[in-house]
Design a protein around this ligand. Structure first.
Ligand SMILES: [Zn+2]
Length: 266
């Protein structure tokens, strides 16, 4: 099989507890789970086109955009990474209409175990994809709120007690301890009752979602592969976790190379 074109981050879904990955490339989509265990070759064609405007760019900004788009799109603004800094109410949102649709919609606060317990937020419609993208082995939605800003306020409050980042090396090596997320939830919510009340956050009383990944062998040492340094990357695909391809010669964060034009051979 040979496919060519610009890629975007892998689309993910959960089927019978296992993460399923498909990679958009050009007008096609590759079932990546089917390639696990096989020799693959990915070759960067020295071309990057912005995933918003389609123009050529020498460098990719905000994971797949040209510089002007990265400066003008609300989805590339710092407030997406730091939702508690939402500035829509000040009239300074880069795209107020986009903000209304995307940020003023139900968001959830969740706990996940990716490299240890972490708190995170996401749009309600973005699960379980968000957890698969982070390589979480389990996740528990804990609260639902009306806006991204409110979810950010709760995340900020909980950050004093749990991490909000994944250690990606630990995640990729699968050095993950068992954590009782329900017990953790009960302990954490007991610390912020007035904020939960003030924001009218709804207790989701949800169940834990467990996620298995299509991995034959986890790396013991992490070598990071990069198309900017190595345009031709090949090896046996030993697994996929998060947005990473685990090749026998190193790991490749495909998300980082959104909008890169590749030729894939398998
Ligand atoms: Zn652009």
């Amino acid at each position: 099989m040979q496919l060519a074109g610009p890629i975007s981050m892998m689309k993910t879904s959960l089927a019978d507890g296992e993460a399923k990955y498909s990679l958009p490339i050009g007008s096609e989509t590759v079932d990546m789970n089917a390639l696990v265990g096989r020799q693959i070759e990915l070759s960067f064609q020295q071309e990057i086109t912005c995933s918003n405007c389609g123009k050529k760019t020498n460098k990719s900004f905000s994971q797949g955009y040209c510089f002007p788009c990265a400066r003008s799109l609300a989805r590339c603004d710092m407030c997406i990474m730091k939702p508690e800094t939402c500035h829509h109410h000040l009239g300074t949102c880069r795209e107020p209409e986009w903000g209304l649709t995307n940020c003023f919609s139900p968001h959830i606060v969740y706990l996940a175990n990716s490299s240890g317990i972490k708190v995170g937020i996401t749009r309600k419609t973005n699960t379980p994809g968000r957890w698969i993208d982070q390589g979480a082995v389990c996740a528990l939605p804990i609260l639902e709120v009306k806006t991204r800003l409110d979810s950010g306020k709760i995340e900020m409050a909980l950050k004093s007690y749990v991490a909000d980042k994944t250690n990606w090396r630990t995640m990729l090596k699968n050095e993950v301890k068992d954590i009782d997320l329900v017990e953790a939830k009960n302990g954490l919510l007991a610390k912020i009752p007035s904020l939960v009340n003030e924001l009218q956050a709804r207790d989701l009383k949800g169940e834990i979602i467990n996620i298995r990944y299509p991995v034959l062998k986890y790396p013991t040492k992490i070598v990071s592969l990069n198309f900017d340094k190595t345009p031709l990357i090949s090896g046996v695909l030993q697994g996929i976790k998060g947005q990473y391809l685990l090749l026998d010669g190193g790991v490749l964060n495909l998300r980082k190379f959104s909008s890169y034009h590749l030729i894939i051979n398998s």
